[in-house]
Design a binder for this molecule. Structure first.
Ligand SMILES: [Zn+2]
Length: 473
């Protein structure tokens, strides 16, 4: 029997477990860093399957590792499981119907993400066991991808350092190996303190913190023309000082995201934004503090492992959808805007592919996209970035939703618990397990993947988050 058939059968054996994880975590739908029920469920599940579980890692109650085996090669599968606010939605229902209005829902499909990674870990463990092979397999329970960036703190604690192979996936619209990078992101708060006063009677005695924040934003708006065009600087008022126009506000706070293709670029821009903040404080006679919250590395692609993932994906093939799946996808399509549907073509073009690879009438992607390595950063950030600086890492996207489904939406929540998602999640488990089998026992591949990591990172990862900063739990 081929490796592909062996791995396929091993994953199929866990079909019911994978679906159960998918649905249970979907129901829990817990916020980032507060995935208490979810983490407990996973930990019990892995203990029952004979794994050793280490809980509450890196100062995060919901971060854990489930491990089996010993020695090299060490293979890790990254699992995420946090949900998003306001995206509660009835399963497989194509009309917006929240279960609880305003509640959390799995609008990024992380319930499936963790379930697929767990399936891959179990199948890879069985492969080791059945073939009497030495090695270690780990499932990483990574909390707070959407909020809190759990992997950044797990990376800072050195938890990915000894991995030979690190694999993950994301549920989505396409079957593809991810070949693009993502943006490094620095999340930082600026707080200004002034002196309050009667705004009409004694304005000369007041020093306005709100003025400082406004001047800081004006300064950063001018700065934007003079930074690299790929960078993104966003802000949100966290505290605008108060609701009374007749008071000089003595406190104001603003939250900035500073993104760039590489961490050093984001850090350079951060220094300039700090200068602007200092200028704003001087202009207004206020004082200010800078509080770094998180700093996420850009994603560092590993071409060696990507090629292994592509080969595995082509062997396993795309998820096989039936008529009921196509009918359901058609129902969801009715809720998409013209822009959502046009985004399918733009995604292909941005990935360096022929936009006609997928027809406008297709409701589900049914092929596997070709391998096109690209040296460019997608305009978003992921905490997989920090893991990818510690260990050779590769990720795939697998179809769990209709073409045109908007990201972070109630439509994602709905489809994340449907037969479409089950098929995609099981396919993801198979591709990752097969890629792990192919890479972990081929010394040439392991050596090349490691060399590539060292070349791209200089051989060492230093977290951009200083040790005194604790996770936001
Ligand atoms: Zn996500």
């Amino acid at each position: 029997m081929s490796k592909k058939d062996i791995v396929s059968q091993l994953v199929d054996k866990y079909r019911d477990d994978i679906v159960k994880i998918n649905d249970t975590v979907w129901e829990y739908a817990e916020p980032g860093m507060k995935e208490y029920k979810t983490a407990a469920f996973y930990e019990d599940f892995f203990k029952e399957k004979g794994f050793n579980v280490k809980s509450a890692l890196a100062d995060m109650p919901t971060a854990f590792i489930a491990e089996w085996g010993e020695g090299a090669p060490v293979v890790g599968f990254l699992g995420e499981f946090d949900a998003l606010p306001t995206l509660s939605q009835k399963a497989a229902c194509a009309v917006k119907t929240p279960i609880v209005e305003g509640a959390y829902g799995h609008g990024c499909g992380h319930n499936s993400l963790g379930a697929g990674a767990a399936g891959a870990a179990l199948a890879f463990r069985d492969y080791l066991e059945e073939n009497g092979l030495k090695g270690t397999v780990r499932f990483y329970g990574c909390p707070g991808e959407e909020y809190g960036s759990g992997k950044v703190f797990m990376a800072r604690a050195g938890l990915y350092d000894d991995l030979d192979v690190c694999l993950t996936w994301h549920p989505g619209k396409f079957n593809r190996v991810s070949t693009t990078s993502s943006l490094a992101n620095i999340s930082v708060m600026f707080s200004f303190r002034g002196v309050s006063a009667h705004a009409a009677g004694n304005p000369h005695l007041g020093r306005s913190a709100l003025d400082a924040v406004e001047l800081m934003n004006v300064g950063v708006n001018y700065l934007r023309e003079h930074i690299i065009p790929e960078a993104r600087v966003h802000y949100a008022y966290v505290n605008a000082g108060g609701i009374a126009p007749n008071v000089v506000h003595d406190f104001a706070k603003i939250h900035y995201f500073i993104r760039a293709p590489k961490m050093y670029q984001a850090q350079e821009i951060f220094e300039r934004v700090k200068d602007v903040a200092e200028g704003a404080a001087k202009m207004t006679g206020t004082t200010h503090t800078v509080e770094l919250k998180e700093a996420i590395f850009d994603y560092n692609p590993n071409r060696t492992l990507e090629k292994v993932m592509q080969e595995a994906f082509e062997e396993i093939g795309a998820p096989k959808f039936d008529q009921a799946d196509f009918d359901l996808a058609k129902e969801f399509r009715k809720s998409f805007t013209k822009g959502d549907l046009e985004d399918v073509k733009s995604s292909l073009i941005n990935s360096g592919m022929d936009p006609d690879l997928i027809s406008e009438d297709d409701v589900l992607h049914t092929g596997v996209l070709p391998y096109v390595p690209l040296n460019k950063a997608m305009p978003g950030s992921t905490d997989v970035g920090d893991a990818s600086y510690c260990a050779p890492t590769a990720q795939i996207g697998v179809v769990t939703e209709a073409l045109g489904t908007p990201g972070h939406s109630w439509q994602v929540t709905a489809q994340s618990r449907s037969s479409i998602a089950y098929k995609g999640t099981i396919t993801a488990a198979k591709v990752m397990a097969l890629a792990a089998v192919k890479a972990a026992f081929d010394p040439e591949i392991l050596k090349k993947a490691k060399e590539e990591l060292v070349k791209s990172t200089g051989g060492k990862y230093v977290s951009a988050v200083p040790p005194e900063i604790k996770p936001n739990v």
